[in-house]
Design a protein around this ligand. Structure first.
Ligand SMILES: Cc1ncc(COP(=O)(O)O)c(C=O)c1O
Length: 355
């Protein structure tokens, strides 16, 4: 799957939605272009999201749409991006593009960035003179770390690159610029023959993968690094936490030493793209039995049953795009999880855990 020189594409992209949502309207895919002098290209000034729409018996369903769009708004707020879009409008736009894509499953990519006013261009670092542009595209994305990875697991390394320090680049914002750090981690891993890299935080504690959160299983306890380890507050991470609560599995947020990765019984990634992917080795040290462990399998099974609409989720996690009148669950008064001010997803009271 992954070539030694790192050039192998890690994902198949067979189908792309031929329209793109732009500032409230749909435009052709081929018209969704930016000027090369746009602020975002030079200074990394974008925030974005990655959301999956799953195939279910009731038609396509978007997974945790409101939570993703709330994180999108939080990222924009952190970067002082003063845009007019509301949570409901963005959710409706995502539903709309999923419908227009006519795909039974897709990956939805909202992005908000500083562009260029061609009549009054501004070229400096100061982002404020540059107009904001918001787009949402969609395509069909396969298994991020390969089809077989979900069952057999992946071989990963600890990166020589650290994750961002909290007061340099906020990891809790999903900004385009953060992904330069992710690219360093990913390229190093691929070039050394690994599927993915795990970054440590600036203190040397385990943080996350280049595009995934991480969980360890020791005995019957599941551990995951806290937000203070410079992680993105993952929506899948929150889903895993809530699934563990539902299954009666003890889950704790803890700072985790690198060496704990080597001696854990099981390790797995979580993320919208990677979903729940077992890790079978770290730095060529076999994790547990070297495949998907029983607790990972249990959590993964429940996660996939929920995303397929075959099992009731702990909250209103699925927005069925052909059933909703242009509206996502929370608008109907249901209790979808909410991202609180610190970027942690707020679970119902009985599921809440400290960060
Ligand atoms: C750096 C990073 N951490 C964690 C995640 C997982 O977040 P989520 O589960 O919300 O997709 C992602 C993926 O978006 C990511 O890019």
């Amino acid at each position: 799957m992954f070539s030694k020189d790192g050039t192998t594409k890690d994902i198949k992209t067979p189908r792309i939605c031929d329209v793109v949502w732009h500032n409230g309207e749909f435009i052709k895919w081929s018209d969704a272009r930016v000027h090369v002098m746009s602020h975002v290209l030079h200074y990394g000034s974008s925030v974005f999201e990655g959301i999956r729409c799953y195939s279910t018996k009731r038609g396509p369903a978007i997974f945790r749409l409101r939570e993703h769009m709330q994180r999108f708004l939080n990222s924009a707020k952190i970067y002082r991006m003063d845009h007019p879009w509301t949570l409901d409008q963005l959710c409706d736009a995502a539903i709309d593009i999923s419908r227009r894509s006519e795909m039974d499953q897709c990956y939805i990519r909202p992005i908000l960035f500083r562009s260029l006013d061609e009549e009054h261009p501004a070229f400096g670092v100061n982002p404020f003179p540059n107009p904001l542009a918001c787009y949402i595209g969609a395509w069909d994305w396969g298994k991020y770390l390969g089809d077989e990875a979900i069952e057999r697991g992946v071989d990963v390394c600890v990166s020589t690159w650290n994750r961002l320090t909290p007061n340099s680049m906020p990891a809790m914002a999903k900004s385009g610029a953060n992904y330069m750090n992710s690219q360093l981690i990913k390229m190093e891993a691929l070039l050394n023959g690994f599927a993915e890299g795990i970054a440590l935080d600036d203190r040397g504690y385990v943080s996350e993968g280049s595009g995934e959160n991480i969980f360890l299983v020791t005995g019957d306890v599941v551990l995951t690094p806290p937000l203070s380890s410079s992680i993105l507050p993952g929506i899948t991470r929150d889903s895993v936490i809530q699934i563990c609560h539902e299954l009666g599995i003890t889950i704790k947020e803890r700072t985790i030493q690198r060496a704990a990765l080597y001696v854990a019984d099981e390790v797995f990634f979580s993320g919208t793209a990677a979903e729940i992917t077992p890790i079978r080795s770290v730095d060529r040290i076999t994790v547990g039995q070297g495949g998907r462990g029983p607790i990972t399998e249990k959590i993964q099974k429940v996660f996939f049953e929920i995303t397929k609409g075959e099992r009731t989720a702990p909250g209103d996690w699925l927005t069925y795009i052909n059933e909703s009148a242009q509206t996502s669950p929370d608008r109907n008064g249901h209790a979808a999880g909410k991202l609180n001010a610190t970027g942690t997803v707020e679970a119902p009271a009985e599921l809440k855990m400290s960060v």
